[in-house]
Design a protein around this ligand. Structure first.
Ligand code: GLC
Length: 443
């Protein structure tokens, strides 16, 4: 990410409040359980895991078996809604160029796959019906398009579907072909905007050309014309609205609005990969993102017939259970305390009068929060019937506006293994002491 004027307009409040979305990688790669698109791109690359490296023709042959026979987007949405997600983002076209919709040009599930139909339209309808916001993923680059020349990772690898046209940047670009590709790229994006009216376009795959070649400034204008108000992620040079860290929790919040995208196991598309994260890990991630003012976009990888894998459903259910109890601390909140005040994630209500402290690990009795000058009106655990937690203040010189440490009694038995949330209602908006300390000159 480069420094960019990231912006979320007021009509993007839904995104700022959502905190939890579902990403879906679903395409012909789901048939053989290969990593989306990369499996043929990485073909022959030294040291590549052979499970994730197959010749191009073998990769593409999967399309015949991509039937989507049990595809039930309503059932998907029931599961996502139940998990507490507020928006979805589906791969309408990954780097392999196979569109899930009835596009006028290029490869599609309608013309080129066993499914023989538009798989995107029913997904969009189901998302709308469930009342979630709709995001559409689209890869700028297209490793199967005859006018898109790609760059192999290592010379001699990547069975190029269009040999002899290997390219690429700057002066070596074949201008006429690139113009044709850009026309196609715009045509597809216009179709997506006008047919499905997404709230969010989630771009990817901009790294093989420069921002200038993609003409991202022009693209932003075009997209906003085709779909007024659409939110754009940052994988379009400096023309996006929010940052997209990937696969690792940021150590400090990216500037402006942001969203972490993350897989449940190690793969975007392979549900059968067994390296699943635990529910505790995923809930921790969600709480940590919210604590830094960001969203978590958690990936799901449906099987090729459209079934959702039971381990993924199980994780979604656990997140849903946790959010039903603790969602107040997540949705619509803003970043909480800076590091050092509380050892865990925390969030603040919009008016900054309620502080939510997430207890991730089992306490041995009391937990401490530092620097709060406000009087505490109430201290409870979410979902615990409003029982007041015992409190005491230790140290401090409040008459000099230097608060002591607030200790809250939280018995380990009261803490959910996935994390519990302390709700501190403050008198007035948070008044936080962040000073270095001083000599106490009045007693
Ligand atoms: C990367 C990968 C892509 C994946 C995406 C999700 O850009 O290339 O396969 O879809 O991340 O963020």
């Amino acid at each position: 990410m480069t420094a960019s004027p990231l912006r979320c307009a007021p009509h993007h409040a839904w995104f700022d409040e959502a905190r939890f979305g579902i990403f879906l990688h679903w395409g012909i790669y789901s048939v053989g359980q290969y990593e989306a698109s990369w499996a043929f791109y990485n073909d022959g690359v030294k040291g590549q895991d052979p499970r994730d490296s197959i010749p191009h023709d073998q990769y593409m042959a999967q399309r015949h078996a991509f039937l989507a026979r049990r595809y039930d987007p309503e059932a998907w949405l029931d599961a996502f809604k139940d998990a507490g997600a507020r928006y979805t983002v589906l791969t309408s076209k990954h780097h392999d160029g196979v569109a899930l919709w009835d596009t006028a040009e290029g490869l599609s599930t309608v013309r080129d796959c066993g499914a023989g139909r538009d798989l995107l339209a029913p997904f969009c309808a189901a998302t709308r019906r469930a009342g979630l916001n709709l995001g559409i993923y689209y890869s700028h680059l297209d490793w199967n398009h005859p006018d898109y020349a790609s760059q192999p990772k290592q010379p001699g690898t990547f069975t190029d579907p269009h040999p002899g046209h290997r390219y690429s940047f700057g002066e070596r670009e074949d201008a006429a072909r690139w113009e044709r590709f850009l026309r196609f790229h715009r045509l597809q994006l216009r179709e997506l905007c006008e047919r499905y009216s997404p709230d969010l376009l989630w771009f990817d795959g901009d790294w093989e050309r420069t921002w200038q070649q993609w003409r991202f400034t022009e693209l932003r204008q075009q997209l906003l014309q085709w779909r007024p108000g659409v939110l754009l992620n940052s994988r379009m040079g400096d023309q996006g609205d929010y940052a997209t860290p990937e696969q690792a929790i940021p150590m400090s919040p990216p500037p402006g609005p942001w969203e972490l995208c993350m897989t449940m196991n190690r793969s975007w598309s392979m549900a059968l990969d067994q390296s699943y994260k635990t529910p505790q890990e995923l809930i921790r991630l969600l709480a940590e993102c919210a604590g830094m003012g960001g969203n978590l976009l958690l990936n799901v990888s449906p099987l090729s017939d459209g079934t959702l894998w039971h381990q993924q459903l199980g994780l979604l259910r656990e997140i849903g259970t946790w959010l039903r109890r603790n969602g107040e601390a997540i949705y619509g909140t803003q970043a909480g305390l800076p590091a050092g005040h509380w050892y865990g994630p925390s969030t603040l209500s919009k008016d900054r009068t309620t502080l939510y402290l997430t207890v991730l690990d089992r306490p041995s009795g009391e937990v401490a929060v530092k620097g709060i000058r406000n009087r505490i009106r109430s201290a409870t655990l979410l979902g615990d019937g409003g029982h007041q937690l015992p409190q005491r203040v230790s140290g401090g010189a409040p008459w000099m506006k230097v608060p002591g440490v607030l200790w809250l009694g939280v018995p380990a038995s009261a803490v959910d293994a996935n994390g519990s949330v302390i709700k501190l209602e403050l008198e007035g908006p948070l008044d936080l002491y962040t000073g270095h300390g001083a000599v106490v000159t009045q007693n």
